[in-house]
Design a protein around this ligand. Structure first.
Ligand SMILES: Nc1ncnc2c1ncn2[C@@H]1O[C@H](COP(=O)(O)OP(=O)(O)OP(=O)(O)O)[C@@H](O)[C@H]1O
Length: 356
């Protein structure tokens, strides 16, 4: 099989007298060559442990890691042909930008060829002309771009990225996520990215693997995951904020709006914006349903829209969207339309969620 194969991998840590912690509990995952997969999950779910096990930084307590059909078991980190990039790019402070990137080339190229490769890599990460800059003068985002160029320099057969953007602020993270994906796609790099940020996972990866408590809950494309979360737990982690059984009275207008999609489902999951405040016909393309009403709890202005916390009978408090600058008094009752794209149908036969 080509690409990365993770088969039934277990990672355990000794935990003093209390025995051991199982950080990764039998994970199986295949990453095709040229594919970018994000491991997404809450803090402590074991995603870094899985990445470190693939890298060879943690021993396997069970299972197998292989690349292109050959086990990497027993190969030390530096002989696996895998690149690593961490949250703090770990640049060499005494080298300039070009020196840091050239380090990644590991002596395979010399002279003008080497300079040209460094220039091409800097251009790839949006830092053309930065070669002579001391790395100590760079912003956090620029440092991570240099770290990415250095990690890509040896053309690793697999690049492992552990929260590469999480030290940056949100706006920068959003921009860098797009650039990171572009650089990985342009170089055809096979990559596994660890993140706890859903937006980042969706922006960077071809497929997203959702982990919880050491286990893999679901793997799919961003669209698959968003439209068909396999369980309430996955849906909740992706940001779905309310759950309505299909046979509840409150489900009726939602079912009408999603037009029969729930035939095989048991529970409807509502994302932010599943309801839209109807403002004199401004609901646009969303299905009009004058039947649902909600009591306004609070209104927050966001970029280009308002988020309206509304209390809907039989559902509870959810986040509806409204036009920017909308004026609504707490306690007032508003008509709500349904946006079918923000409603997912969960399978009927889901086991009850474990206690949190
Ligand atoms: N070196 C270690 N020794 C003991 N326990 C560890 C060690 N590293 C991780 N763990 C434990 O293993 C579990 C998984 O940790 P891991 O760092 O893989 O999770 P994570 O999903 O990457 O979390 P985060 O996003 O917070 O880094 C946690 O319970 C953690 O406390």
């Amino acid at each position: 099989m080509s690409g990365l194969e993770v088969h039934d991998v277990v990672v355990r840590y000794a935990a003093g007298r209390r025995g051991s912690t199982t950080a990764v509990d039998g994970v199986t995952l295949h990453v095709e060559r040229g594919e970018v997969v994000a491991l997404l999950g809450p803090s402590g779910c074991g995603k870094s442990s899985l990445l470190r096990a693939v890298a060879g930084l943690e021993p396997l307590a069970g299972g197998l890691v292989a690349f292109d059909g050959r086990s990497v078991d027993g190969l030390p980190v530096h002989r696996r042909g895998f690149g690593l990039m961490f949250q703090d790019g770990q640049l060499f402070p005494h080298r300039d930008v070009a020196g840091n990137v050239a380090y990644g080339l590991a002596g395979s190229e010399r002279g003008p060829e080497r300079t040209a490769r460094v220039d091409a890599l800097l251009e790839l990460v949006g830092l053309a002309g930065y070669g002579p800059r001391p790395v100590t003068t760079l912003s956090g985002g620029e440092r991570q771009r240099v770290a990415l160029a250095r990690a890509l320099a040896p053309q690793p057969r697999l690049l492992l990225l552990d929260e590469p953007l999480s030290a940056l602020d949100r706006a920068l993270r959003e921009r860098l996520a797009v650039d990171l994906r572009a650089a990985l796609v342009a170089t055809g790099t096979t990559a596994v990215l660890v993140t706890h940020d859903q937006d980042e996972a969706f922006a960077v990866a071809d497929r997203v693997a959702v982990m919880d408590r050491g286990r893999l809950l679901q793997v799919g494309t961003p669209a698959d995951l968003w439209q068909r979360p396999a369980s309430r737990r996955v849906a909740a982690f992706l940001g779905y904020e309310a759950f309505v059984p299909v046979d509840a009275a409150a489900a009726a207008p939602l079912l009408r709006a999603i037009d029969g999609r729930a035939l095989t489902g048991g529970v409807l999951a509502l994302a932010e914006g599943a309801f839209v405040v109807v403002d004199r016909g401004a609901a646009g393309t969303v299905a009009q349903d004058q039947g649902t009403k909600g009591a306004v709890v609070a209104v927050t202005s966001r970029r280009g829209r308002s988020e309206v916390q509304v209390d809907v009978d039989g559902i509870g408090v959810v986040t509806a969207l409204g036009p920017v600058g909308v004026r609504l008094d707490p306690g007032s009752v508003v008509a709500l339309a349904v946006d079918p794209d923000a409603v997912a149908v969960l399978p009927l036969d889901e086991p009850p969620a474990p206690p949190t």
